[in-house]
Design a protein around this ligand. Structure first.
Ligand code: GSH
Length: 216
């Protein structure tokens, strides 16, 4: 049995969703963030020396880092599902997006979330974020104009990585003095990106996503 250690509003959503896509049995172990710091509790540190969620335990082994967990589950239990065949163009795109999701794509999004949560004032940071968003979203949108999913015409585990990251960019910021829901002026960064919008709508309508989202 796969134990998924789940922290509310976190990348562990990806792992629940992937298990639903692969129809894998799992046990969900929910943990609460510290309400003041939003940091992970001691129970997560006891399993992951980096103190981060997600972390899974499978057959007594701990696996952490969402991309590594997803690759581990696809390789171990995927039976060639959710991954393009080696030697294809889609396979290279799959690798690219699998890793880009938590690195190049996540970086400006996280800078935006953290700077607003911490009340950081900067003239340079918003320009950096805006520039990175343009480059990244132009590219993702053009890829999604060419095919239905991020690595080609088939849904893959790279979509689990990328769609989660894109969704993180599409929520109003939370910061000192305001919270989710207060962002009445929030404009989606995907307003001009119809292919990304179409993609995220398709993703949110997937039966496995709908099932998983009930547990997020
Ligand atoms: N790159 C890591 C990021 C892990 C991470 O930052 N997790 C956050 C939740 S999304 C966390 O555990 N935050 C609590 C803390 O850092 O104390 C992954 O993809 O798993």
């Amino acid at each position: 049995m796969i134990n998924i250690h789940h922290l509310g509003s976190s990348r562990s959503d990806r792992i629940i969703w992937l298990c639903e896509e692969l129809a894998l049995p799992y046990k969900l172990i929910a943990h609460e963030r510290d309400p003041n710091t939003m940091r992970a509790p001691a129970a997560i540190w006891a399993i992951n020396p980096l103190g981060k969620a997600p972390v899974i335990e499978d057959d007594g082994k701990a696996v952490f880092e969402s991309g590594a967990i997803i690759e581990y589950l696809v390789e171990t239990y995927g039976e060639s599902k959710l991954k393009p065949a080696k030697g294809t163009k889609a396979y290279i795109q799959y690798l690219h997006w699998m890793h880009c999701a938590e690195s190049t794509l996540m970086t400006p999004i996280l800078f935006g979330i953290l700077s607003s949560a911490m009340g950081v004032e900067s003239e340079i940071l918003p320009l950096f974020i805006e520039g990175e968003y343009k480059t990244l979203f132009d590219y993702a949108d053009s890829e999604l104009a060419a095919h239905q999913y991020i690595a080609g015409d088939d849904f893959t585990a790279a979509d689990v990585m990328v769609a989660y990251t894109l969704m993180m960019a599409d929520v109003p910021p939370v910061g000192p003095g305001f919270s989710v829901g207060d962002g009445v002026d929030f404009v989606s960064p995907f307003k001009e990106y119809s292919n990304i919008q179409r993609y995220l709508n398709d993703i949110k309508a997937r039966p496995a996503y709908v099932l998983a989202a009930k547990l997020f």
